[in-house]
Design a binder for this molecule. Structure first.
Ligand code: UDP
Ligand code: MG
Length: 311
């Protein structure tokens, strides 16, 4: 059977939001008069999320679930949804109602005007956490400056893409996913709609600081070699400074008035400075290598424990 639209909803401990999300999302898609599926991807939730989803699927055959064997992280949960969904168009939406389901209506119409991707751009965000809010803003701007492709500012994964785009993304082999960047990389005709991002309706964010940093590093390493370049450049700069200092030391040794400079301070500074730059550069190289290693291992991206999807 043909499915026009698949809506992918990654779920990590969202038992408080699933009923409200379902109640708000369902009428929006019903109104389209198209065939659709709601693909809930349970990313190893520790609460009753999967039970609620299975319950919904008993009375509503548009409800599909993919129950992952553990918590793999948001990007991978969404990737699993993309892999196992069958729609001609594919929407991605958060479960916590920060992304208004009503926007899917506007984005879907826009997509049908002839785009391969319509993303939702945040005009404003009502985060309680000002540090997080500032960090997001800064990150998107740094990434835009240093990445080799144009990754849109203030844009998460809330979007609708065509099957054609989804196939491109599915065929990208990297294990460390940064979907919004990968989709930007793919090109085609893309556009956006603006919206005001709400606060999380209930429950705790599943994106801990650790996971956010992971995502930020994946975005940067996946789309820019600038950090490696910085390591190289700082190597050059330090090398030239050291040439000057070596010259100075030799001159004072041979032509000085017999007195070697005391030099504890300069010694300390150079040891610290060199040590710092070396460690930083090693760390940067390590970040890239660890990603190469993840890709070389070729482990499956995720493991499905149970699902009722068509694929
Ligand atoms: N999520 C997930 N796996 C995780 C963390 C989050 O599937 O490890 C889901 C979560 O249930 C939600 C979406 O990803 O539907 C966005 O997560 P969250 O609201 O915590 O992120 P934020 O809005 O703070 O960026
Ligand atoms: Mg959220």
């Amino acid at each position: 059977m043909k499915t026009d639209l698949s809506i992918i909803i990654p779920i990590y401990n969202e038992e408080l939001n699933i009923p409200n999300l379902y109640a708000r999302l369902k009428p929006v898609v019903e109104k389209f008069g198209i065939s659709y599926e709601l693909v809930f991807v349970n990313d190893g939730s520790k609460d009753r999320s999967i039970l609620l989803i299975k319950e919904l699927s008993k009375t509503d055959n548009t409800v599909k679930y993919i129950d992952l064997s553990r918590n793999f992280g948001h990007q991978i949960a969404v990737s699993a949804g993309i892999d196992l969904s069958v729609g001609d168009s594919i929407a991605i939406i958060d479960a916590d109602l920060q992304d208004p389901p009503e926007l899917i209506d506007i984005m879907y119409k826009k997509l049908k005007e002839g785009y391969e991707n319509v993303y939702a751009k945040r005009r404003s965000r009502k985060d309680k956490n000002v540090i997080k809010k500032a960090a997001y803003k800064t990150f998107y701007r740094i990434l835009a400056r240093i990445s080799q492709v144009d990754i849109p500012l203030d844009t998460g994964d809330f979007r609708i893409m065509s099957r054609k785009m989804a196939e491109v993304v599915k065929n990208m082999p990297e294990r460390n996913k940064f979907l919004r960047g990968q989709i930007a990389w793919a090109g085609f005709k893309q556009t956006f709609v603006e919206y005001d991002r709400d606060e999380r309706a209930a429950g705790e964010p599943g994106y801990t600081y650790k996971k956010l940093f992971q995502l930020a590093f994946d975005g940067i390493t996946g789309f820019s070699n600038l950090p490696l370049r910085i390591a190289t450049y700082s190597g050059f700069v330090v090398f030239f400074i050291s040439l000057v200092l070596i010259g100075y030391s030799l001159i004072s040794y041979f032509f000085g008035n017999g007195q070697i400079p005391q030099g504890w301070t300069s010694l300390m500074i150079s040891v610290m400075f060199l040590g710092g730059i070396q460690l930083l550069s090693l760390g940067i190289i390590g970040e890239y290598i660890s990603r190469i290693q993840t890709d070389v291992r070729q482990r499956p991206l995720y493991v499905v424990a149970e699902s009722n999807t068509e694929k």
